[in-house]
Write a protein that binds this ligand. Structure first.
Ligand code: SAH
Length: 209
């Protein structure tokens, strides 16, 4: 899988090393384990999916290219919205100093807790709640990444983004229409936004269940 990511243009070495270290098959149903290292999204229950490895790698490499991460060589304090099965959380734990990951579906929050094991590698806090609100007690974050996309970008995420930090989230591109990856940087001058490739992520919903 890692060689395929490399061949596909992912050149960020820390991200590739994280993919080598974390076994994707441990995060999905045993019935799907044979597909764990294919470049495909897979169901994780409750109509949610674990994202395609190439998309996750691309997003993590983009996070690693923020002003902060280029200087520090790591992602700093990370806010992840949409823990799902916890796979991306495990990757982030190797790339940042601390990861706060929020999930709104209790069964998935619990599943991620099991998958990530105890004691967990890295400093990871799993939060059961509505990620649209972010997590203000530990803000600001140098890196914010969402695995679910809505029509709008919650204002709380921008409020909680540190200077030099970067946010990556699927969001509706107002020019092309449809969902695309949105990259927001906070600089001393303010916020800059760029929409990149078209993507298809599960919807960002409000409230908890
Ligand atoms: N990175 C995850 C992908 C999970 S799919 C993984 O590796 O498995 C996206 C997840 O976002 C789903 O679990 C969904 O329940 C969750 N989600 C959607 N809206 C949310 C919200 N407002 N707050 C927190 N999680 C949310």
């Amino acid at each position: 899988m890692v060689e395929r990511l490399r061949a596909g243009g992912v050149s960020c070495e820390p991200v590739l090393q994280a993919f080598l270290a974390i076994e994707r098959h441990r995060f999905i149903d045993t019935a799907l384990a044979t597909q764990a290292y294919e470049d495909t999204s897979l169901p994780i229950g409750l109509q949610q999916t674990i994202s395609k490895p190439s998309v996750v790698a691309h997003m993590l490499a983009l996070l690693f290219d923020s002003d902060y991460a280029r200087g520090a060589g790591e992602l700093g304090r990370v806010l992840e919205i949409g823990t799902g099965c916890g796979y991306q959380t495990a990757l982030l734990a190797r790339l940042g100093r601390q990861v706060i990951s929020i999930e709104r579906l209790k069964p998935l929050h619990d599943k991620a807790r099991d998958n990530l094991g105890n004691p967990r590698a890295g400093d990871v806090r799993l939060v059961f709640g509505d990620g649209r609100l972010g997590h203000s007690p530990r803000a600001p974050y140098q890196s914010i990444i969402s695995a679910a996309g809505g029509d709008d970008l919650p204002a709380s995420w921008l409020d909680q983004l540190a200077e030099g930090g970067r946010l990556i989230a699927p969001s509706v591109d107002p020019v092309r229409g449809g969902q695309a990856l949105l990259v927001v940087d906070r600089t001393a001058q303010g916020l800059t936004r760029r929409w990149l490739d078209a993507v298809r992520f599960v919807p960002l919903k409000s409230g908890t269940q």
